[in-house]
Design a protein around this ligand. Structure first.
Ligand code: R5P
Length: 308
């Protein structure tokens, strides 16, 4: 008697145009080949996408951090999803190691959009069934997604690095009130103290640290944040910690968004060690320790692919 043919869709992985190296590493860890896909531009600047492999009935995962240039990355992700839908993929999951527009989730001033919510809606409109994100700017942002969302944290990847330092008098510092929950999580996992910097933003991309709540004098401080963009938040926090008598100051941020000049700005300040991940593509720099995220994403894709 012959066994019934398996109806389980075939797992397929596509690299968007943002972070080919990460997608390749995830594919290698899963043990599959990437489905060939090309993303290019027409002469007028419009994006041209073509899935060149078979995705009919596939359980398809598209790896695409929507980092700079965010609009282009978001649009090519949407076009790949639409193409996959047209080719008959049975389920489409966007794997967004970094979700752009995350910081624009509330209207701070009249006349502003809720860009994060719009970016999330675009995913659904493009035919994406669910999304995997890593360390969103805030947990509240989960409600912006009207498709099922898996929100991963980078803790299991980055905390062992900090533990290996073997620091006894560590204080985890949130560089602003918004990051306090994350800092609390790290402090509790590491058995460390907790402090928070009161930060204000006098204008877009500017940051001023006002005061520190918590005891940092003569302590080793680790500032933890979701991202560094201009680096001004980190520098302002590090300078105020130094002023308050911190013994050593280190920084850990998950997404190295890094606007031009950010790394120079950050490394010119009092920070000693800087840890981040490779959620956003970038050129390696000896001043920064980069923790690879492919293992957690590969494991997640494997797990999701087992779900009916
Ligand atoms: C802000 O709320 C975020 O958590 C980061 O602190 C911020 O986005 C970092 O931006 P920048 O490096 O430009 O100060």
């Amino acid at each position: 008697m012959h066994a019934a043919p398996s109806l389980k869709p075939v797992l397929a992985l596509v690299a968007g145009d943002a972070h080919a190296r990460l997608a390749e590493e995830i594919a290698r860890l899963i043990g599959i080949a990437l489905t060939p896909t090309s993303v290019s531009s027409f002469a007028d600047g419009e994006t041209r996408v073509r899935i060149e492999g078979e995705v009919q009935d596939a359980d398809l995962y598209i790896v695409q951090p929507t980092s700079a240039p965010t609009n282009e990355r978001l649009m090519s992700l949407a076009l790949i999803a639409d193409a996959a839908r047209g080719e008959g993929a049975s389920r489409i999951t966007a794997v967004l190691p970094y979700f752009g527009y995350a910081r624009q989730d509330v209207r701070k001033n009249p006349g502003e959009p809720r860009s994060a919510q719009l970016a999330a809606r675009i995913l659904r409109c493009a035919g994406i069934d669910r999304a995997v994100v890593l360390e969103l700017h805030s947990p509240a942002l989960e409600s912006a997604f009207d498709i099922p969302l898996l929100h991963l944290q980078a803790d299991e990847l980055v905390l062992p690095v900090v533990r290996a330092w073997g620091i006894a008098d560590l204080v985890i510092v949130s560089p602003d009130a918004g990051g306090l929950k994350r800092a609390q999580r790290y402090a509790s996992a590491l058995g460390a103290g907790l402090a928070v910097v009161a930060k204000t933003r006098p204008g877009p991309d500017a940051a001023v640290a006002l005061q520190i709540l918590g005891n940092v004098h003569d302590r080793v401080c680790l500032i933890v944040d979701d991202m560094a963009s201009t680096g001004r938040t980190l520098v302002a926090a590090a300078e105020s910690l130094a002023h308050a008598g911190a013994k050593e100051i280190h920084a850990l941020f998950v997404h190295a968004v890094m606007a031009p000049g950010a790394l120079d700005r950050i490394s010119a300040g009092p920070l000693r060690r800087i840890i981040t991940t490779d959620s956003v593509p970038g050129t390696p720099d000896p001043r920064v320790q980069v923790v690879p995220i492919a293992p957690i994403l590969a494991r997640t894709v494997r797990r999701l692919a087992r779900q009916p």
